[in-house]
Ligand binder design. Structure first.
Ligand SMILES: [Cu+2]
Length: 609
């Protein structure tokens, strides 16, 4: 049996149809060990036991080249259930490694280990990893840095140095207690106590001067800052005093470079910028600030985190000048609710769309979806009092369905043909009751709940319009799609008009990303090709795949049903509070016909629920 199978796989893997990619020797495997433990951290003079990876906050960076395989051995040494998500990594055919709890996997239980194993295909830039269960990503997060392939270059000036700058959110209380209390009372959760830059709040907070991130630079150099917003619930404005930033990449997609003094980054988004330092030693230091862009009506942490851009002193200066005596410049940031800034900034972002890095925008659409996103309410359970709007409980929904996570994982349920009673495939294409979405809200704000998904055949070209609603106030929502990037072909304020708005779509060079700040009181139109499970490209991978598919069908008596190996891709608001309230759903993308368009079998250590 093995011998003819071997030959078949060699022949199949060599077929020119599949043979356009790099050879296996170009890429390597990167191994990481992540131990999740408790450790004490003090911020704002409060000491708290936090969950962290290898005792680090932020967690350790994953560094790989495009084309590399990454294997992260994650061991859970804390009492809580854990999963980790590799945010923005497309996970072609490796959906088992995506990480959202109860969607692609059951959690890693205390004392257990799971090896996340995936290959980074066709992506380069900055992404990040974070816990994907409850609010644990408050302290479990870190950068993913994808370098170009060896001998490949950036489509911009080679930076002198690269620096990750990861924004976080610090709670003096345990964030798990914060969300669990909110879900119980129905009220909005308590807000954070500080924002952080690389884990440090900075000098504008009490007791935090020593906890300040310092970026030490040399004059006349270009630095690549890899900005990541890992905050739980807040979009952030960011600026460095007296320095212009050039945006060159967003969500691991190269952009047309553009200069800006201020940028906006939502939770779940990443942005690479070039920072050109002053040509000579400036005798000054500069603050970098981040504070929120706020559109909702609930309580908000409106504080500001600061880091310091400090020039290294020339040797000749060191005795005569003290940095302390230098002027400290401070950038100005937009007003907290500056929605015009958000809209203008968003319009300026374009894909590079070069020959080498094309924008493959789907020009034709197979399936159109129109989803409302926003807040709503759930009734207060009998004999209790609730602290949400008018004595109800806060909820959030997509097309008025507040998504309920199952007690097993959707992908496992589907793969093993056990979806009955776990989920329905009836997620509505349109809102159940049309209304004036951004006008006067309807009297009835109650949501329905369920575990409903959309099923898409392989390679379906999808157009998805997300429409904000005014129910309990309009708000910008950072919508994140797992497993894909989408193109942002259009956006606007008010209600989407299917007759007029498509004429204005950009199908040439729209920005491509995995998370979009859907406009407050407006809509955004996205397009993506549902091609994941996806394709493998190297001979090595094709050969192994072929073997595994055949061996798997052999050991299971050749009986796995066609179209049962699929991808299940979570889509949700990256404001953790809205996700907790149900602003989430999932897409099931069926396998393609060819063997390289199918999800691989589950790894043997896949956690059980
Ligand atoms: Cu949201």
């Amino acid at each position: 049996m093995a011998c003819p199978l071997f030959i078949v796989c060699v022949v199949l893997a060599l077929l020119p149809e599949f043979a356009f990619a790099a050879s296996a020797s170009d890429s390597s495997t990167r191994h990481y060990t992540f131990n999740i433990k408790l450790h004490n951290v003090t911020r704002l003079c409060h000491t708290r036991s936090i969950m962290s990876v290898n005792g680090q906050l932020p967690g350790p960076p994953i560094v790989a080249r495009e084309g590399d395989r990454v294997i992260i051995k994650v061991t859970n040494h804390v009492p809580n259930n854990i999963t980790l998500h590799w945010h923005g990594v497309r996970q072609l055919r490796s959906g088992w490694a995506d990480g959202p709890a109860y969607v692609t996997q059951c959690p890693i239980q205390s004392g257990q280990t799971y090896k996340y194993n995936f290959t980074i295909i066709g992506q380069r830039g900055t992404l990040f990893w974070h816990a994907h269960i409850s609010w644990l990503r408050a302290t479990l997060y870190g950068p993913i840095i994808i370098l170009p392939k060896r001998n490949d270059t950036y489509p911009f000036e080679k930076p002198y140095k690269e620096v990750p700058i990861i924004f976080g959110e610090w709670f003096n209380a345990d964030p798990e207690a914060v969300i669990s209390q909110a879900l119980q009372t129905g009220a909005g959760p308590n807000v954070s106590d500080a924002y952080t830059i690389n884990g440090l709040p900075g000098p504008l907070y009490n007791c935090s001067k020593k906890d300040t991130f310092k970026l030490k630079v040399k004059p006349g150099k270009t630095y690549l800052l890899r900005l990541i917003n890992a905050a739980l619930n807040d979009d952030l404005f960011f600026s460095i005093a007296n320095h212009t930033l050039t945006i060159v990449e967003a969500d691991a997609i190269y952009t047309k470079p553009f200069d800006t003094d201020i940028l906006l980054i939502t939770p779940g988004q990443t942005t690479n910028v070039l920072l050109k330092t002053k040509p000579s030693y400036p005798n000054a230091t500069y603050l970098m600030l981040a504070r929120p862009y706020v559109t909702g009506q609930g309580a908000v942490d409106n504080s500001t985190t600061a880091g310091i851009l400090e020039y290294e002193q020339p040797l000749s200066n060191q005795s005569s000048f003290k940095i302390k005596n230098h002027p400290l410049f401070k950038p100005s940031l937009p007003a907290l609710n500056d929605t015009n800034f958000a809209a203008n900034f968003s319009k300026k972002l374009r894909s590079l769309a070069s020959n080498k890095f094309p924008a493959n925008v789907p020009q034709n659409v197979d399936r159109r979806f129109f989803f409302t996103i926003g807040l709503g309410t759930n009734p207060c359970p009998k004999n209790t009092t609730c602290q949400g709007p008018n004595g109800t409980k806060f909820a959030a929904s997509v097309n008025n369905i507040s998504f309920v996570l199952p007690s097993t994982a959707l992908l496992q349920a589907h793969y093993f043909g056990q979806s009955n009673g776990v989920y329905n495939t009836t997620f509505p294409t349109n809102p159940p009751i049309p209304f004036n979405y951004t006008g006067n809200p309807p009297n009835n704000t109650m949501v329905s709940s369920g575990t409903d998904v959309v099923v898409l055949p392989f390679n379906t070209s999808v157009e998805l319009v997300l429409q904000d609603t005014s129910i309990l106030g309009v708000e910008s929502h950072p919508l994140h799609l797992h497993g894909f990037n989408f193109f942002i072909v259009g956006e606007g304020f008010g209600n989407y008009d299917p007759n007029k708005d498509p004429a204005k779509f950009n199908l040439i060079d729209p920005i491509e990303r995995n998370t979009i700040g859907a406009p407050s009181g407006g809509w955004v139109a996205l397009r993506f090709l549902a091609d994941n499970p996806g394709r493998f490209k190297t001979f090595h991978q094709k050969f192994l795949l072929c073997l595994s598919v055949h061996i798997f069908s052999f050991v299971t008596d050749g009986s796995p049903v066609e179209n049962t190996y699929t991808g299940v891709w979570f889509m949700h608001c990256h404001f953790e509070v809205h996700t907790s309230w149900g602003l989430r759903m999932a897409w099931i993308v069926l396998d393609g016909q060819q063997s390289n368009q199918k999800l691989l079998p589950p790894p043997s250590d896949l956690p059980k629920c």
